[in-house]
Design a protein around this ligand. Structure first.
Ligand code: SF4
Ligand code: SF4
Ligand code: SF4
Ligand code: FES
Length: 387
C-alpha cells in the first residue's frame, strides 16, 4: 500500500492507483475535464496538472501512477494560474452562450470558467469547429461547444465497443466525426447515448431536452429501467413543474434519462432503450389499469348498459379504448381465474400456458412459474428473454 502526501495530507492508497484516483478517494478535488473514472486517461486537457517533489514540471495527475513517498501539491499559485490560462484557451474557441445554453448548470467548462473567473477569452476568439449534425432521432451534435476532451470517443471505443466516432483532421480544425462524416445511423453507432452522458459540455444533447428548462429547474427521479432483466438504474430529468408539464393528465414529462454513477449494475451507461425509449410513459393510450370489454362487463353484471361489439377487429387486438370499461385489479384477476379454472376443468391443465415478461422482477417470474407448475399443473410456461 503506497503512502503518499497530497497537499500536506498523508494518504495511503492502493497499488496501481493514479494520483487523481488517490486524491478523489480522499476527498481532494483536482480540476479535470477529460478524466472519467471508467475510461483510460488521455491526458488531453491538462487541467489536472499537479506538482510533485523532485519533478521539474507539473504533470497531469489523471494518468500518473502513485509511487511510495510521493509528495504532491494540487493547488499552488502557479498551478492555479496555469489552469486559468487553460480555461482561457478553451473559451477562445467556445462561444460562452451560457445564458441560453441547455447545459447551463451542468457544464464542467462553465463550472471551471466560474471558479477561475474567466468571463471571456483574453485571446482572439475564433470558432474552430462549427460542425452541427442533426441526423438522428435521439441526440444532436453541436460541435461549436466541443472542447475535444475525447471522452465520447473513448467511451464509444473502450466501453461500448462500437467505435462509431473518432477525431478527424488535425490541430485547430480537428473535430469529432463518424467515418467519412456519414450520418450516425449509417455508422456503427448503436445509439446507446453513452457519449451524450459523458460529454462535459453542450456538444452532445438529448433532442427532447433542448429548450425545455434549465438544469437546476428540472426535477429528478431515480428508477429501474423496465425494459429487460439487467435492471439498469436510470435517473429521469423531468419538466420543471406541474404547470409546465405536458404529460399524461397534465403531469410532469420526462425530458431525458441518464445512468447514475452510483448505480451498481450499470453506472452511467445504458442501452438505447433505457436512455431514449421512455416516451411511451406519457402516451395518452398507455394502459395503466385493467380493462374489460364492455359486452363482457355487461354479462358479468359490472355494467347496466348492454353493449354490442360493432367491430370484430377488437378481437384481433385492434380495439379502441372506447370498447372497454375500466375495472379493479381484483375484478380482472377474478375474471381471469374463473376463465382459467373453466378451461382446466374442461380440457386439463395442459390446455393453458403462461408467458411472463422480462419486465417483471426475478421474484415475480419465480412466483409465476411456480403458480403454473405447482398450482395449475402444467410445464407450459415461458418467458420473453428480452424485449
Ligand atoms: S457548453 Fe457550457 S460553457 Fe459552453 S455555453 Fe454551454 S454552459 Fe456555457
Ligand atoms: S451513441 Fe453510443 S455507439 Fe453511438 S457514438 Fe455515442 S457512444 Fe458510440
Ligand atoms: S463531443 Fe463532448 S465528449 Fe466528445 S470530445 Fe467534444 S466535448 Fe468531449
Ligand atoms: S483530466 Fe487529466 S489531463 Fe484532463
Amino acid at each position: 500500500m503506497p503512502n503518499i502526501t497530497i497537499d500536506g495530507q498523508p494518504v495511503t492508497t492502493v497499488p496501481g492507483a493514479t494520483v487523481m484516483q488517490a486524491a478523489l478517494a480522499h476527498g481532494i478535488d483536482i480540476p479535470r475535464l477529460c478524466y472519467h473514472p471508467e475510461l483510460v486517461p488521455s491526458g488531453g486537457c491538462r487541467l489536472c496538472v499537479v506538482e510533485i517533489d523532485g519533478r521539474p514540471n507539473p504533470t497531469p495527475s489523471c494518468g500518473l501512477p502513485v509511487a511510495e513517498g510521493m509528495v504532491i501539491r494540487t493547488r499552488t499559485e502557479a498551478l492555479e494560474e496555469m489552469r486559468r490560462d487553460i480555461i482561457d484557451l478553451f473559451v477562445s474557441d467556445h462561444p460562452l452562450n451560457c445564458v441560453v445554453c441547455d447545459k447551463n448548470g451542468a457544464c464542467d467548462l462553465q463550472k471551471y470558467a466560474y471558479q477561475y473567473n474567466v468571463s471571456q477569452t483574453s485571446f482572439d476568439f475564433e470558432l474552430s469547429r462549427p460542425h452541427y449534425f442533426d441526423d438522428n432521432p435521439f441526440f444532436v451534435r453541436d460541435y461549436q461547444y466541443c472542447i475535444m476532451c475525447g471522452k465520447c470517443v473513448r467511451v464509444c471505443d473502450e466501453v461500448v465497443g462500437a467505435n462509431a466516432i473518432d477525431f478527424a483532421e488535425r490541430g485547430f480544425t480537428s473535430y469529432i466525426a463518424t467515418p467519412f462524416d456519414v450520418p450516425l445511423a449509417e455508422s456503427s453507432c448503436v445509439f446507446c447515448g453513452s457519449c451524450v452522458q459523458v460529454c462535459p459540455t453542450a456538444a452532445l444533447l438529448p433532442r427532447q431536452r433542448i429548450g425545455r428548462g434549465r438544469e437546476w429547474e428540472l426535477a429528478r427521479k431515480r428508477t429501474i429501467c423496465g425494459y429487460c432483466g439487467v435492471g439498469c438504474e436510470l435517473e429521469y430529468a423531468l419538466t420543471p413543474s406541474l404547470s409546465q408539464g405536458e404529460g399524461r393528465g397534465g403531469g410532469q414529462q420526462i425530458l431525458y434519462a441518464q445512468g447514475h454513477p452510483a448505480a451498481p449494475v450499470n453506472g452511467e451507461l445504458t442501452c438505447v432503450k433505457g436512455r431514449f425509449g421512455w416516451d411511451f410513459v406519457s402516451q395518452p393510450d398507455r394502459l395503466t389499469q385493467p380493462l374489460l370489454r364492455k359486452d363482457v362487463a355487461f354479462e358479468l353484471g359490472l355494467s347496466d348498459e348492454p353493449w354490442e361489439l360493432s367491430d370484430k377487429t377488437v378481437l384481433q387486438g385492434k380495439g379502441k379504448l372506447d370498447d372497454f370499461t375500466p375495472v379493479s385489479w381484483d375484478t380482472a384477476a377474478g375474471f381471469i381465474a374463473d376463465k382459467l379454472a373453466g378451461i382446466i376443468q374442461r380440457d386439463g391443465p395442459d390446455a393453458v400456458a403462461g408467458l411472463t415478461s422480462a419486465r417483471c422482477t426475478n421474484e415475480e417470474n419465480y412466483l409465476f412459474q411456480k403458480f403454473f407448475r405447482a398450482g395449475v399443473g402444467t410445464n407450459s410456461v415461458d418467458h420473453c428473454a428480452r424485449l
